[in-house]
Design a protein around this ligand. Structure first.
Ligand code: ITT
Length: 185
């Protein structure tokens, strides 16, 4: 089954292909430059983008909005993760957390799927901790500073398959795949 993934982020595409390719999905990247609204939740941002794309994109498509939420920073950078990554980078987050004992954080991914008839939302969360120092060369974004619960290594120290077995994106993709399997039979 062909699935268009609307994103400008090649790394998201690599991860989606790794997860869904072996399950019979042909993931095709569409870089539509979808406008992103400012809102308080990832769900609102993703839904608005999916409605905008509904009029313009090949179907079925999905898109994803994700964010990095740090407990001791009251959830910052959260919905602003992409902007903060561009301006401060992960070193900026480490600096904000200097001397902070509570290192708890989570990644969240919200996927909206749209086949022209139905629009459906899927979410994935992963809990973990923020390191004191960046580690690893793989992945993208905040990967070098995040260790998921159940591992002792950062996302940037893992290969794509291992990251996908823990990650917010992996979980949201799994939820979408389960639903698709049951509805397209
Ligand atoms: P889109 O075109 O799909 O919107 P994007 O990179 O702008 O691509 P988002 O708007 O969803 O993506 O922003 C999410 C930001 O959160 C992203 O730029 C990263 O900095 C960070 N992020 C999301 N998922 C991540 C992951 O798996 N590992 C590390 N950082 C991640």
């Amino acid at each position: 089954m062909k699935l268009y993934f609307i994103t400008s982020n090649k790394n998201k595409v690599i991860e989606a292909k790794k997860k869904l390719g072996p399950l019979g999905f042909n993931i095709i990247q569409e870089d539509l430059q979808v406008p992103e609204i400012q809102a308080d939740t990832l769900e609102e941002v993703a839904l608005f983008s999916a409605k905008w794309a509904e009029l313009r994109a090949r179907k079925p498509f999905f898109l994803e909005d994700s964010g990095f939420f740090v407990d001791s920073l009251n959830g910052f950078p959260g919905v602003y993760s992409a902007y903060v990554f561009k301006t401060l980078g992960y070193m900026g987050i480490l600096r904000l957390m200097e001397g902070v004992d509570n290192r708890d954080a989570r990644f969240v991914a919200v996927i909206v799927y749209n086949d022209g008839k139905e629009m459906k939302m899927f979410r994935g969360d992963v809990l973990g901790t923020v390191t004191q120092e960046p580690k690893g060369e793989g992945g993208f974004g905040y990967d070098p500073i995040f260790i998921p619960k159940g591992s002792s290594r950062t996302f940037a120290e893992m290969d794509t398959a291992e990251k996908g077995s823990f990650s917010h994106r992996g979980k949201a993709l799994e939820n979408m795949e389960k639903w698709l399997k049951n509805t397209t039979k």
